[in-house]
Ligand binder design. Structure first.
Ligand code: SAH
Length: 391
């Protein structure tokens, strides 16, 4: 017998609409201790609604994973994983791209875990402690469905005393491991913290940069991390790139990304600095860029200041306009799940109107096909808007 968890009508309605994310306010009782097992969500009359689990993570308080009362066992997981792999055949067949997501949590049928593929290695990420209790069964299923995996690394993405990253099975991945995306090489470190060096959900935007959008342009890449956008732009013929990130590690990491592509560092500036300080510096020096890429973290703390996308995006846009050439483009990106596309657009366009420029939204990107979203807005968290601007 599974533990029964009562849902209120609001929660039941959301499940019926196809939203698998359980929120604390959907539950009828106050949960003091989260059960580390599958539970049965029931209605007022104690009648079955769905199978799932409770788990505290960044978003929400648990997931619905089934609505048929079947057992949640190895066969269940193998079926979900197999289906997800089958959906990625086009990615496996494409020799110019060797890193992509092969299991996207709720978008592939159960929330709380994702699997990425990096040139024959797998990285599995656990987003809450409950699903981590099923680690052995899920890892066994994964390796059965994907017997050719060279090695497996896990990432702990929930609050715990465990280290963020751990090599679990097979061969230890080389450091760096070189993966390809649209023919561009990227150096990744699979077993280092919870990030790997590349955010795979931005492949379409990087693809546009290599495909011609950046050709002949002076590109400024803000919040550049390992410089992936800069490398894509340089590969695509950018005249020069400038990468700005606060983290010291971004300098050697970005240099390495250019080097593994045989791109000369001469036309590439890599600057360790706060974005807002760089805006002031560039304005003072009269620097101008044709293409400015903004991809901040959804929330960050620097010294005493905090940056939040909802509050500060407008300022990023206004500062960008000041150092944009008379005709240019801003690529505005955010992965903030709690900011709707509508609000994001409003923040950007209000700022552009404040600056009295002509603008046009010319392209937009959401999550790529290997990151299928579930049927609720926060699941499709990525928003990337290309604005063509005339001063
Ligand atoms: N655009 C990158 C990913 C950005 S991740 C890519 O596509 O790969 C967010 C980055 O923002 C981190 O590397 C972090 O160091 C940096 N960052 C956070 N706050 C910052 C600030 N105030 N100024 C500059 N960089 C900042």
């Amino acid at each position: 017998m599974r533990v029964k968890i009562g849902l209120n009508n609001y929660g039941i309605k959301r499940i019926r609409q196809g939203n698998p994310l359980i929120q604390a306010e959907d539950l009828k009782q106050n949960i003091k201790k989260i059960p580390f097992e599958w539970v049965e969500f029931v209605d007022n009359k104690n009648k079955y609604v769905a199978t799932g689990y409770l788990g505290k993570q960044n978003k929400g308080f648990g997931w619905v994973i089934d609505q048929t009362q079947r057992p949640i066992d190895q066969a269940f997981f193998m079926e979900k994983l197999q289906y997800a792999f089958d959906q990625r055949q086009a990615f496996f067949a494409d020799e110019t791209t060797t890193a992509f997501r092969i299991f996207n949590g709720e978008g592939d049928g159960f929330g709380g875990v994702t699997v990425d593929y990096y040139a024959d290695y797998l990285v599995i990420s656990w987003y809450n402690e409950t699903i981590y209790h099923f680690k052995n069964m899920i890892v066994d299923s994964l390796l059965k469905v994907f017997p050719n995996a060279k090695g497996l690394v896990e990432k702990i993405r929930f609050k715990s005393d465990l280290t963020e990253s751990r090599w679990l099975a097979g061969e230890k991945p080389q450091e760096p491991l070189i993966v390809l995306e649209n023919g561009v090489s990227y150096a990744v470190y699979l077993d280092e913290g919870y990030m790997t060096g590349i955010f795979l959900d931005q492949k379409e935007v990087r693809g546009r940069l290599t495909e011609g959008l950046a050709a002949g342009q002076k590109v400024l890449n803000m919040f550049s991390y390992t410089g992936a956008f800069s490398v894509a732009a340089a590969y695509g013929g950018a005249l020069e790139t400038t990468s700005v990130d606060l983290a010291q590690r971004s300098l050697p990491k970005t240099q390495e990304q250019f080097e593994v592509n045989g791109l000369s560092l001469e036309q590439q500036k890599i600057i360790v600095m706060d974005t807002f300080d760089y805006f002031r510096y560039a304005a003072r020096k009269n620097l101008r860029y044709n293409l400015i890429i903004l991809d901040p973290p959804s929330f960050a703390r620097n010294k005493k200041k905090t940056f939040s996308v909802a509050k500060d995006y407008g300022r990023l846009i206004e500062d960008s306009v000041d150092i944009l050439s008379d005709e240019g483009m801003i690529i505005a990106s955010t992965n903030a799940a709690n900011l709707s596309i509508k609000k994001f657009k409003q923040a950007i366009e209000t700022a552009l109107r404040n600056k009295n420029v002509n603008y046009q939204l010319t392209e937009s990107y959401r999550l790529p096909a290997d990151f299928p979203a579930s049927n609720f807005e926060e699941s499709n968290y990525l928003k990337v808007l290309f604005y063509t601007i005339k001063k």
